[in-house]
Design a protein around this ligand. Structure first.
Ligand SMILES: Cc1cc2nc3c(=O)[nH]c(=O)nc-3n(C[C@H](O)[C@H](O)[C@H](O)COP(=O)(O)OP(=O)(O)OC[C@H]3O[C@@H](n4cnc5c(N)ncnc54)[C@H](O)[C@@H]3O)c2cc1C
Length: 422
């Protein structure tokens, strides 16, 4: 008896990587009438476990509009903490910004200052990644997106007319276009021969969640120390997510510390300016590096999310950049489909690359610059950055510009980031 022919599945777009970027793109494309297939090497349910990803993400208000437009509001809003203020301080002791005395080493952003322009939206929202992943998985299922996970890609063929992925079980997937949403070490990016520019920082982010004694009132604190930034990010239920950046060696020591020792390090680092903070069980570490792809596209391929740009979390912009990629790419592809164009043609891909290239490179460069400028204890550098912060803090329009920029509401906004359906 002859072997049955291997199954071939056809789609409009093959999305490799069902992390937060890949799953959002699948939903966006489906909402615009395209048929994507979403592929991941691991089952989606792995992403919801308590031990998979302990981080919370600061999500710009425009990026949150996209999720709302894609139907995720009911699932996300109960867990979304509004960020009403951001306090940035520079120095050795946390909390300088909350004291009454004016200091040049302080920057204070308040959502009230831009309320007229953004219809009362906050500066952004803080959401635990686990909640985002669950909401996306439910959304993908409800929308009827075809998901293949776990699936192992054995072979990738980029041809003139399309792309074919062969899975380890023999199935073949074909489409006019593939998307690399497979993260910082993107296999698809490497297969297409796209290089990266980047380096490691010798810093590791230690992430933990704490219960706060005093109400946080939606204030996010970013405190710059020579070892790297120490961020206290407000969560619902009066909790906070800490991103505690240390040298790789010190971060390993923090991870290895007993709960009691970790709590006592934490007490010393926190001081008393936001009251007592009690660490919840569970600590996570993330080595920090910059990886910027040399190109956003290749024949029959587009890159989104960390596959295109993995940046230091100093400004909480990594996923936000990915969400901007998605809004732009989904709009380009849905419009191309409506015009009857080939979705993977160079002319269509160039529209996407042109829209996103500048913003991605500028933000990666700015993030890298901030990291170097602020992870530095040289007295001259400290004085210069303190003066710079003082100037921005004193000038209302400058502060408002930074808030609009951080909110992702600057430039040529795709429809989804304006809160409009495709
Ligand atoms: C400490 C820290 C704090 C951060 N805080 C913020 C913040 O506040 N705000 C913000 O905007 N960003 C933040 N970020 C950045 C943000 O977390 C990332 O940008 C985001 O998680 C990237 O998502 P992604 O879907 O592009 O990639 P990933 O999360 O890496 O997902 C990639 C997916 O691809 C799959 N995959 C990989 N290889 C293959 C393969 N060969 N075949 C099939 N599937 C594959 C993986 O299983 C995974 O599901 C932070 C980052 C760190 C480290």
């Amino acid at each position: 008896m002859s072997e049955p022919a291997p199954q071939t599945l056809r789609a409009d777009v093959l999305i490799v990587g069902a992390g937060m970027a890949g799953a959002t793109l699948a939903l966006a494309l489906k909402s615009g009438g395209l048929e994507p297939i979403l592929i991941d090497r691991a089952p989606l349910s792995d992403q919801w476990t308590e031990t998979f990803d302990g981080r919370a993400s600061a999500i710009a208000f425009s990026a949150f509009r996209q999720w709302r437009t894609l139907g995720l509001a009911a699932e996300l809003e109960p867990h979304a903490q509004r960020i009403e203020q951001i306090m940035v301080t520079d120095g050795r002791a946390p909390g300088a910004a909350s004291r009454k005395t004016a200091s040049p080493f302080v920057l204070r952003f308040d959502s009230a200052e831009i309320a007229d322009r953004v219809e009362g939206e906050p500066l952004g929202y803080l959401l635990e990644n686990r909640r985002i992943r669950v909401a996306l998985a439910k959304g993908v299922k409800a929308a009827g997106v075809q998901v293949l996970a776990p699936a192992t890609i054995q072979k990738v063929d980029f041809q003139d007319g399309g792309v074919t992925l062969t899975l380890a079980d023999g199935r073949r997937l074909t489409a006019p276009l593939a998307i690399a949403a497979d993260g910082r070490n993107s296999f698809l990016r490497k297969t297409a021969g796209i290089g990266v520019v980047g380096w490691t920082y010798g810093q590791t982010g230690v992430v933990a969640t704490v219960d706060l004694e005093q109400p946080h009132q939606g204030v996010a604190h970013e405190h710059f120390l020579p070892s790297g930034p120490f961020a206290i990010l407000p969560l619902t239920e009066n909790r906070a997510s800490l991103v505690w950046t240390e040298s790789d060696t010190s971060a390993k020591a923090l991870m290895a510390a007993s709960p009691e020792a970790f709590q006592s390090y934490l007490d010393r680092r926190f001081g008393d300016f936001v009251g007592a903070a009690t660490a919840q069980p569970g600590r996570f570490i993330y080595p920090l590096a910059l990886d910027l792809a040399e190109r956003m596209t290749a024949p029959r391929l587009a890159l989104i999310g960390d596959a295109a740009h993995a940046v230091h979390p100093i400004a909480g912009q990594g996923l936000n950049l990915g969400l901007k990629d998605i809004a732009a790419l989904a709009e380009v592809l849905v419009d191309a489909m409506r015009l009857g164009e080939d979705l993977g043609s160079p002319i269509v891909l160039e529209r996407y690359a042109r829209w996103r290239r500048f913003d991605n490179v500028m933000l990666a460069a700015a993030t890298d610059g901030f990291t170097r400028l602020f992870s530095n204890d040289n007295p001259l550098v400290r004085a210069a950055r303190g003066a710079g912060m003082g100037v921005v803090n004193a000038i209302g329009p400058a502060r408002r510009f930074f808030m609009q920029e951080a909110g992702g509401a600057v430039g040529d906004l795709p429809r989804l980031l304006r809160g409009e359906a495709l």
